[in-house]
Design a protein around this ligand. Structure first.
Ligand SMILES: C[S@@+](CC[C@H](N)C(=O)[O-])C[C@H]1O[C@@H](n2cnc3c(N)ncnc32)[C@H](O)[C@@H]1O
Length: 376
């Protein structure tokens, strides 16, 4: 897991450092005359810019935030300014502002060489701001790679995540009896499912996720959405000492990563109020027997410990004192659900399956399929 990987911790810190200024900037723009709104569909869409705004303020904002940014990001900011500086109003604005001197010099140097197609076609002020935000946000989104869960559309940037999580959500959505309920999503990643749950009007949603990196993605998204979702940097095992119980828990794609899945189910059961409900999903092995696969590596994942048959999974739920157990979906993972995209680094399903037989993993096990279960 990433927590034990020093390199990743360092890169997380750098990314976290990048994100704060942009969040402040968005706050700044919001406080001006911009209005941010979101629409939640299969894609979580974040749209903005209802009105044109004052470009001087925008430059001022970039200047203020550039002062605090690390070098890499400052270079990107300079690029954004140089695009804008082709507009004379903006040039003047930069000139008027001595603190942006460094940015201005860099901008003018860039002007000589770079392709100006974009700014040449943008004549109206509000379009320029949109363009500026588009690039700034695109850079931040790229800094926040890999995007495992999604998709999201943010200021026209379509983040086509590795997983099309709407497929999983659509299996769950008819079972989300969460109106006015206290809900927990365990292993919530960047919060995709929690954001999708908002229209179901839960009383409260709390996400549990030990990855600081995914919390960065969540914070970034939530800086636009401004939901009251609480994100706890905690794992499933921490529920034992968490001072709250829940009416409804989702725990998706987590169990097979745990070395003690039955204990985990017991913890989840104890975290539910009486009559509380849980939805889990798990990889499963197709068999009529109550058997469990315990691979060293499964679809190149070395952190998959136990893959039960559906019968074995029901036995686990029984042992954890769940009484009403209902299968709500079964789905083989296909290339529409998990795929290589520009928003992740490295491999995806195509590389995890046997190239000569996509019904098998690269290790020769049955290819991934998941069962979705509701229990109380
Ligand atoms: C396979 S992903 C599933 C993400 C999401 N729930 C879904 O179904 O698409 C597993 C998630 O569990 C998180 N995780 C890792 N260790 C965990 C733990 N001890 N407790 C809860 N979640 C954990 C991972 O960081 C990751 O976000």
């Amino acid at each position: 897991m990433f927590i034990h990987n020093n390199k990743k911790i360092i890169s997380q810190k750098i990314k976290a450092k990048n994100i704060a200024p942009l969040m402040e900037r968005i706050e700044f723009l919001r406080e001006q005359d911009l209005d941010c709104k979101i629409e939640i569909k299969d894609i979580i869409k974040i749209d903005s810019i209802q009105d044109s705004t004052n470009l001087d303020s925008t430059i001022e904002s970039i200047k203020l935030h550039s002062m605090n940014l690390n070098t890499d990001f400052t270079i990107k900011q300079d690029y954004a300014i140089s695009n804008k500086a082709q507009n004379s109003t903006l040039k003047d604005s930069v000139k008027r502002n001595p603190i942006t001197q460094v940015s201005k010099e860099s901008a003018i140097k860039n002007l000589a060489t770079q392709d100006s197609t974009i700014t040449q076609t943008l004549h109206k002020q509000n379009k320029q701001i949109k363009s500026s935000l588009y690039f700034e946000i695109k850079n931040l989104l790229l800094d926040l790679k890999p995007w495992r869960k999604g998709p999201f559309e943010i200021f026209s940037n379509l983040v086509k995540s590795e997983w099309n999580s709407s497929i999983k959500f659509n299996i769950l959505k008819n079972h989300l009896n969460i109106k006015d309920k206290v809900v927990a999503d365990i292993g919530c990643n960047n919060g995709y499912y929690m954001f999708r749950m908002l229209p179901f009007a839960p009383k409260e949603i709390i996400g549990f996720e030990p990855s600081a990196f995914y919390k960065c993605q969540f914070d970034f998204l939530n800086s636009f959405i401004k939901s009251e979702i609480k994100f706890e940097l905690l794992g499933l095992e921490d529920l034992e000492i968490y001072d709250k119980k829940f009416d409804f828990i989702t725990c998706l794609g987590v169990l097979y990563h745990r070395t003690n899945p039955i204990d985990c189910l017991k913890i989840l059961k104890n975290s539910l109020h009486k009559n509380g409900e849980i939805i889990i999903d798990s990889l499963f092995i197709d068999s009529d027997d109550d058997i469990v696969l315990s691979p060293l590596s499964y679809a190149k994942m070395k952190n998959v410990y136990f893959i039960p048959s559906i019968k074995a999974l029901k036995n686990w739920l029984n042992r954890a004192n769940f009484k009403n157990i209902e299968i709500i979906g079964i789905k083989k993972t296909d290339f529409s659900e998990q795929r290589q995209t520009e928003w992740i680094n490295g491999e995806s399903l195509n590389d995890f399956l046997n190239p000569n037989d996509i019904n098998k993993t690269i290790e020769g096990y049955p290819a991934p399929q998941r069962v979705y279960i509701k229990a109380s």
